[in-house]
Design a protein around this ligand. Sequence first.
Ligand code: HPA
Length: 247
Amino acid sequence: MAELAIIGGTGLTSLKNLQIERREVMHTPYGEPSGPLVHGLLCGKQVVFLPRHGTAHTIPPHEVNYRANLWALQHIGITKVIAVAAVGGVTSAMKPTALVIPDQIIDYTWSRQHTFFQGDLSHVTHIDFTEPYCADLREVLIAAGKAAGIDVINGATYGATQGPRLETAAEITRMERDGCDIVGMTGMPEAALARELELCYAACAVCANWGAGRGEGEISMDEIERNLKVGMDRVRGLLEQVIPMID
Ligand code: HPA
């Protein structure tokens, strides 16, 4: 049975080398996940793949049913989740195509369904979120990067914005002042929901562009797609290295 799931982001709607065995359609108390859970073998290991934005990349970041996605994964016995996500670079090291394993989060999202702990509760629960990502899984991702000779930046603060629009230059400046290194639209509430379900969750972010006002001129979808193609090929290499290292 698979214990590891990979949530794919923009630019990673499928895993080329995944030998697909079956697709599982799930219905959850929170609604429908982004698509069927794709079960298969990657590097000889059982894994589950779920494209966050849907199989045809039609679900925008603010409409992803994060609760259904994570609940479905946990329900089938997944204990570890690697979340792949496209981001913009805020600080100078976060250049387009760079791979980053963030270690902190600042949440700027609003109005999303962000918790399982609501409604008819027997007691009020506050999860600890001091370290929002699973330290063990982060370490394996970083070690895998070293072993595969793939440059991976160890540590960054992920600023999660509401989207779907990109930020203004002033917003990026404010985010840098706040301590953000990268900016993306899907990091939250995904990470917090994973913690509520006690899943070991880490992210691999791919810099698709400079954040607004940090590069030259406007941010184009062409530029994002070009950089993601390069970055996601490196993510595939990293995943193939990482899978055998996970017990
Ligand atoms: N901002 C927010 N999310 C993103 C960006 C960005 O610049 N690039 C890719 N995802």
